[in-house]
Design a protein around this ligand. Structure first.
Ligand code: AKG
Length: 284
């Protein structure tokens, strides 16, 4: 891949949305948040994982849309919002149906509403912490087969979805490909969130000397899945630029991608790696 586009400053908005069982209302809440973020000057806007439906295996098949088949009201609504407000939009994720399979899919639109690419969650969230948190996405979902790097007008972005953040190799591959910011739409829970959410973001940021942003749904006490919230963004030094708690919120940060270069010049980890002792294999 060629070098990333020239470094720029960009105002990022993370929209921690309240999601209900009403898809139309979820889409309209998302569109309103995008409009508000754009009014505040954001050029890059992020939505949460499964922003158009409740996070449950029962919901995924019911809410899934055939994005490639061109009949996706959620994709159409988000393309329209990105265009209307002139922002690069990382549209969280939504259940996608394709050739009889279901995926947890993030769509990315440019400021003209053109689909720049999509990421299908590659690591499915299958965990069992008895009495605390059990979830098995693989009961309904199929993992994606691609990693996702894209050049946008605001910089080179890498996308992961929630559980993808636990796999450092993915972030390392993104760094190797010149990514300046990794965005993880997500929805950790009240068991794993307090333990690992911030730690994982800071680790991915510091290890790879790049920006890391996460965007969660807000917590709904009536849902079976209790989301952690705490959408945040960390810089390449591991400092938190913005965060929030569990309620609906839009948070903002000014990212200066020049800092990626500066940190890597000051501390040249990449060139100091001992490729004679270990290596990262890129199979993409
Ligand atoms: O890794 C975790 O603890 C939570 C992951 C998750 O909620 C997800 O992948 O949707």
């Amino acid at each position: 891949m060629a070098s990333p586009p020239p470094s720029k400053k960009v105002k990022l908005a993370l929209c921690q949305l309240a999601v209900s069982a009403d898809k139309k209302s979820n889409l309209s809440i998302a569109a309103d948040a995008i409009a508000e973020a754009a009014r505040e000057g954001a050029k890059l806007v992020v939505l949460p994982e499964m922003f158009n439906c409740p996070y449950s295996n029962d919901s995924f098949p019911k809410y899934a849309e055939d994005i490639e088949g061109g009949s996706s009201e959620s994709a159409d609504a988000m393309a329209e919002a990105a265009k209307q407000h002139g922002v690069v939009l990382i549209a969280g994720s939504m259940p996608e149906t394709s050739s009889g399979k279901l995926y947890n899919t993030c769509l990315v639109f440019d400021e003209k509403g053109k689909l720049l690419g999509k990421h299908r969650k590659v690591h499915l969230f299958d965990i069992d912490i008895p009495g605390k948190q059990t979830f098995k996405e693989s009961d309904t979902l199929t993992p994606g087969q691609n990693i996702t790097v894209m050049d946008t007008s605001v910089g080179r972005l890498g996308i992961g979805i929630c559980y993808d953040i636990r796999f450092p190799e993915l972030a390392m591959l993104y760094a190797k490909k010149g990514v300046q910011l990794i965005v993880y739409p997500g929805a950790f829970n009240v068991t794993t969130g307090p333990a690992h959410w911030e730690l994982l973001q800071r680790a991915r940021a510091v290890d790879n000397q790049l920006f890391v942003a996460t965007c969660s749904v807000a917590r709904d006490p009536d849902f079976t899945y209790q989301a952690w919230g705490h959408s945040s963004v960390f810089d390449p030094w591991g400092e938190c630029l913005a965060t929030t708690e569990e309620k609906p919120a839009i948070i903002y940060a000014d990212l200066d991608f020049e800092e990626v270069k500066t940190r890597r010049t000051n501390m040249p980890l990449e060139s100091q790696k001992r490729h004679d002792l270990y290596d990262l294999v890129d199979k993409t």
